[in-house]
Design a protein around this ligand. Sequence first.
Ligand SMILES: Cc1cc2nc3c(=O)[nH]c(=O)nc-3n(C[C@H](O)[C@H](O)[C@H](O)COP(=O)(O)OP(=O)(O)OC[C@H]3O[C@@H](n4cnc5c(N)ncnc54)[C@H](O)[C@@H]3O)c2cc1C
Length: 135
Amino acid sequence: MSVTPHTDLGFDPEALRAKYRAERDRRIRPDGSAQYRGATGEFGYYDEDPYADTELTREPLDDRVEVAIVGGGFGGLLAAARLRQAGVQDIRVIEKGGDFGGTWYWNRYPGIHCDIESYVYMPLTDRVRSVGGGC
Ligand SMILES: Cc1cc2nc3c(=O)[nH]c(=O)nc-3n(C[C@H](O)[C@H](O)[C@H](O)COP(=O)(O)OP(=O)(O)OC[C@H]3O[C@@H](n4cnc5c(N)ncnc54)[C@H](O)[C@@H]3O)c2cc1C
């Protein structure tokens, strides 16, 4: 990917990109997705939608769209919004849950509100590395 040099940012984007790429590489495991336990058996309830009013079924759609986005979480919604801003109108967001919101649909903490932008997490990778623990 070619990057336009920025001289007025106060930081080096290439160095920052290299730093986060190194953090990503540190976390890649050879067993890949095999490291995860499936939501089956005694953990099968994790795959059910407790917030849908009734057992969630939808009629299948057989159509063509310009862009199909799998997942109606923050990433999917943001991608759809940016595509609209870029002039793409024919978009379908495909979400297996009863509604949009992703993590915030599936995980609810009644009475608790949190407005932390994701980038606030990023410095934690430095902290985790230096103290060897999470937060
Ligand atoms: C408990 C918890 C607390 C968090 N707290 C914060 C916070 O305070 N501040 C913050 O900024 N971030 C927080 N995060 C992180 C933030 O929520 C995630 O980074 C963000 O939601 C990721 O967005 P996403 O769209 O990539 O994925 P998700 O939000 O996970 O959305 C993915 C969506 O895709 C759907 N999906 C998956 N597979 C399929 C499929 N095959 N077909 C159809 N749909 C599918 C899922 O149902 C889900 O709705 C938290 C995360 C967790 C788990």
